[in-house]
Design a protein around this ligand. Structure first.
Ligand SMILES: Cc1ncc(COP(=O)(O)O)c(C=O)c1O
Length: 555
């Protein structure tokens, strides 16, 4: 063969290899695109870009009551109901609201939550006339009492922390503090009771080692960092809509000012996602928040985005369990670290967590919230080889993680009280029949709502509930105010998430159900659920899009 022919052949070879590599890359890109959920929550970058384009506009007073085209008599009916609620707020909650107004100027968190209780088009007017109190004076049983002495059934669950009832946590903090008082807030060295915590956590998680942190966010950061360190791969996979705290890499979309370049947001419960996990080589870990089983691929439901009745939730335990088992198998096959983020659901669904509840285990598990016995906490439990923070053969190549308040004696002591309670006969009995109890309660409430033709229903994952709306409406977010007026305390996300503590008795629950029905009746009576036969969730969305575009173009 001549030199020329050899060169030509070699060039063909290189060209062919380059083409094959390009085609492979192209296929991977296509597969990645297919594994993204088609909603905006599935496209983090686009969501951030679009969010930056949405202009502020709001409805003036007349339009506030008829933004759905309701006739004058319905708008008047709504206005009467609104004024009645407003008068009630200003008298019944006077002291609490006064304090809140004083604080709001200087506490930025309050300004944020205050502004995002309802869709922004209605927000300023609603805030002015239906101000919400941000203070409470006391708690007892399943109730909380505000500064004016109003007692509410607590459906906030303190962001999920309150699993056992506030009285339990008060006791855990007090008893725990007494046990570590002699050492006090000495940081660095441990109080001996940490040893028992570690043993309990290893037994509960079925994993080998434990690390302590100060919040759920930090526990997640550490779990992901460890997965990257040990796999030497860059990317984490999270599922569309899932919340894992506010660290940038797990919050790649709206809310994070910079793009997260090493995060893939993929479809939950999808074969397309499994295909990506099987073929890509840059994936270090998959993060699962089992709470998504209630609303796969959708973000945490908040009333601030309740512009129509499109909120949907339904928990199918068998389907989600089968999905987790498939995920487990693919992660094992590909050496991808599977992380269950049980910061929210841990100790609420089952003593042994998602592993026991769904029948699939993780390599690393994060806990937080209730595990602190009422104090701030984040915990990672994991397989020994993944928890290690240094390499025997590369002493300078470490995986760093610290935190001044890690393993704080007072937190460890309150945690110890919590873990001891789980071991006790009462603690063991807690989870018996839990799902049956909460499913029956949800079903009973739904039957009552349907019987009265009220356009509301609830969906639940055990004691975590969300309110859904069955008729197209632009005003479902008003329901939160009717519920509060009936003495039900909701967190700032409103009806999107109701969290019950497990000490709710049947009588407590019936009282909540009665108030829930009374609130829905009042809302119906005041005309907020009036609906034109042509109104659909789609037409509502279209109308809002038109408003936003018009505002952007012409203002
Ligand atoms: C699943 C999950 N992970 C992480 C976090 C963050 O925990 P923290 O608020 O303690 O930082 C949360 C908080 O709600 C959560 O629900």
């Amino acid at each position: 063969m001549t030199a020329w022919a050899t060169t030509t052949l070699a060039l063909y070879g290189v060209g062919g290899a380059a083409l094959a590599a390009s085609l492979f890359k192209l296929r991977q890109r296509v597969e990645l695109s297919q594994a993204k959920h088609r909603s905006i929550a599935g496209h983090s970058r686009m969501a951030r870009r679009l969010a930056a384009l949405v202009p502020f506009y709001e409805y003036d007073e007349p339009r506030f009551f008829c933004s759905d085209g309701a006739p004058a008599n319905v708008a008047q009916c709504r206005r009467n109901g609104f004024e009645r609620l407003s008068a009630l707020h200003k008298t019944r909650f006077a002291k609490t609201i006064r304090r809140t107004e004083q604080a709001a100027d200087s506490i930025s968190d309050l300004q944020f939550t205050g502004a995002y209780r309802v869709p922004f088009q209605y927000s300023r007017y609603a805030r002015k006339h239906l101000p919400s109190g941000a203070f409470m004076q006391s708690s007892a049983g399943v109730t909380v009492t505000d500064l004016d002495g109003n007692r509410f059934y607590d459906l906030t669950g303190s962001y999920g922390v309150n699993v056992l009832g506030y009285d339990f946590y008060k006791g855990a903090i007090e008893r725990g503090a007494a046990r570590v008082r002699e050492l006090g807030p000495v940081l660095g060295p441990y109080h001996p009771l940490i040893l028992e915590n570690v043993e309990f956590l290893k037994e509960i998680s079925g994993l080998d080692e434990v690390s302590f942190h100060m919040s759920g966010t930090e526990a997640v950061m550490q779990a992901v960092r460890l997965a990257r360190y040990h796999t030497r791969r860059s990317h984490l996979v999270r599922f569309c809509g899932a919340y894992h705290g506010w660290w940038g890499d797990v919050q790649p979309g709206i809310g994070n000012p910079v793009p997260a370049h090493e995060t893939y947001t993929l479809k939950d419960m999808s074969a397309d996602t499994l295909r990506v996990l099987r073929t890509r080589r840059d994936i270090a870990c998959v993060l699962v928040n089992p709470l998504q089983a209630l609303h796969p691929n959708a973000s945490a439901p908040s009333d601030s985005s309740l512009l129509d009745s499109g909120r949907h939730a339904h928990f199918d335990k068998d389907a989600y369990a089968a999905w987790l088992r498939e995920l487990r198998a693919v992660c094992t096959e590909r050496n991808i670290v599977l992380i269950f983020d049980e910061v929210f659901v841990g100790f609420r669904l089952a003593r042994g967590g998602a592993k026991e509840y769904f029948g699939a285990g993780a390599d690393l598990v994060t806990y937080g919230k209730t595990l602190g016995g009422g104090l701030p906490i984040g915990v990672v439990c994991g397989r020994r080889e993944l928890m290690k923070r240094f390499r025997d053969d590369r002493p300078a190549d470490v995986c760093f993680a610290r935190g001044t308040f890690n393993s704080h004696p007072y937190v460890m002591a309150a945690m110890n009280e919590f873990l001891h309670h789980l071991q006790s006969p009462t603690g063991q009995a807690l989870y018996r029949d839990l799902d049956r109890i909460w499913n029956e309660r949800a079903q009973r409430l739904n039957e009552r709502l349907h019987a009265e033709d009220l356009p509301v229903e609830v969906a639940n994952l055990s004691s975590i509930w969300t309110v859904c709306y069955t008729r197209p409406s632009r005003y479902n977010w008003m329901f939160q105010y009717y519920l509060r007026a009936e003495g039900l305390a909701l967190s700032w996300v409103g009806t999107g998430r109701l969290i019950f503590s497990l000490n709710y008795t049947e009588a407590d629950f019936e009282a909540v159900a009665d108030r829930f029905i009374a609130a829905a009746r009042a809302m119906q009576r005041d005309g907020w659920w009036w609906s034109h036969p042509d109104l659909t969730n789609k037409s509502i969305k279209r109308a809002i899009l038109k408003e936003a575009i018009a505002r952007r173009l012409f203002s």
